[in-house]
Design a protein around this ligand. Structure first.
Ligand SMILES: *Cc1c(COP(=O)(O)O)cnc(C)c1O
Length: 398
């Protein structure tokens, strides 16, 4: 029997759940892109996007996904032969590095594996030893494959200690609108994000935030092309230059509404909600895993993302669990990403749960109770009662 009919929950780490309000804002006929409501809406969206990242820097918008935002960011600051220091804590920093390398940029990767954060001492030593070649440092705030959350402020402090003037480039695809991020206070020069995670809007919009210092690098960057150039997009003489062509009309209506929802709740409250829900999730998994093979990939709670949790189950039963939750109960969990090669037997040992954007206590408690049922149904070894731990956290924090 299946009990999946009803409201489903897509608990993968992007695209995230779309609020009814966002869907309704998008459900309309096409607007005029030359004058009127839509062109008038866009400058305000740009300003409000800055608020979400706590910055007064520039924001260039692109019709693209995260990969396109990666490419846009790299194209505007690099020339072939430049050296970039990549601090890798999972699959996503590697992905950004691949894109830079394809442009002829040299990438030096400090790899911290799949369960750990950046070694700040090593970064300090590497920057001190640099002979002025490192043009930029690229890092991911929340790595969506491992569930790690890197301390961006601490990294900035280390860069400052060394006096190195490398550009500080941060991928906030999975953390903007979920985890605290303070672009100006943390001295970030380039930040990338997209519409489809914490911003609760369908995939299709990529954002590149950049400081004046980054824009000075744009002056000499030879990787930049007409389409990816961020300059016309932040200072357009005609409306079409915001997107170098037709604007993503309906995405803009959706994004406008999504940002309004964040504004109504308050950014600090949005962050606090994500933190509280994450604690409930950890409480459940830590209990289920006590004395058994199931475990959260990141051991130290201080290093865990508040928007995505990666799990290792110690056997090939993660796939069965995901399938059970989806087909029997209407809960879609994320595949393990970057933890094992696709096709290898170990690929089935991992899964993730996305808890970003439009999520609340009843959704998380429902998802966790479903997972506990699934653990029993597929006979994945666990200590019963994790859902009670999660309920206690919610009762305590709400
Ligand atoms: C989702 C994600 C990306 C890539 O986004 P796509 O839209 O899949 O190209 C990049 N970085 C991080 C941290 C992400 O979570």
């Amino acid at each position: 029997m299946s009990l999946a009919n009803g409201l489903s929950y897509l608990a993968i780490p992007g695209p995230s759940v779309m609020p009814e309000r966002v869907l309704r804002a998008m459900h309309r006929s096409a607007p005029n892109i030359y004058h009127g409501e839509l062109p008038e809406l866009v400058p305000g969206i740009v300003e409000r996007l800055k608020t979400v990242a706590r910055t007064s820097a520039h924001v260039a918008m692109y019709i693209t996904n995260g990969h396109g935002a990666w490419e846009a960011a790299a194209a505007n600051v690099f020339s072939p032969g430049d050296l970039v220091l990549v601090l890798a804590t999972g699959r996503f920093a590697e992905g950004w590095a691949d894109i830079a390398r394809a442009m002829g940029v040299e990438t030096e990767i400090l790899d911290y594996g799949k369960c750990d954060t950046i070694d700040l001492d090593q970064v300090r030593d590497r920057l001190r030893a640099d002979d002025g070649r490192i043009k930029a440092i690229m890092v991911v705030q929340t790595d969506t494959s491992t569930g790690i959350r890197n301390d961006i402020a601490a990294l900035r402090a280390v860069i400052d200690e060394t006096g190195h003037d490398a550009l500080f480039m941060v991928d906030c695809m999975a953390s903007l609108g979920c985890d605290r991020f303070e672009m100006d206070a943390w001295g970030v020069d380039v930040m990338i994000a997209g519409s489809q995670k914490g911003l609760m809007t369908p995939p299709g919009l990529g954002f590149v935030y950049f400081s004046d210092k980054a824009d000075r690098a744009r002056e000499t960057a030879r990787c930049v092309t007409h389409y990816w150039d961020w300059r016309p997009r932040v200072d357009p003489d005609y409306f079409y230059r915001y997107f170098d062509g037709t604007a993503p009309t309906h995405h803009l209506y959706g994004l406008d509404e999504a940002i309004r929802m964040i504004e109504e709740e308050g950014l600090e409250n949005v962050w606090t909600r994500h933190a509280a829900l994450a604690q409930a999730i950890w409480a459940a998994f830590d209990h289920w895993g006590s004395g058994g093979p199931l475990e959260i990939n990141i051991t130290d709670p201080a290093l865990r993302s508040h928007s995505v949790t990666a799990l290792r189950v110690g056997s090939d039963k993660a796939t069965a669990l995901r399938q059970w939750c989806e087909t029997k109960a209407g809960l879609t969990l994320g595949i393990g990403l970057g933890m094992a090669e696709p096709g290898a037997p170990e690929w089935h040992n991992f899964f993730r749960i996305g808890h970003m954007g439009h999520v609340n206590a009843q959704m998380i408690l429902g998802a966790l109770a479903t997972i506990e049922a699934g653990l029993k149904a597929v006979e994945l070894p666990h200590t019963s009662g994790g859902i009670e731990r999660a309920a206690a956290v919610i009762a305590d924090l709400a």
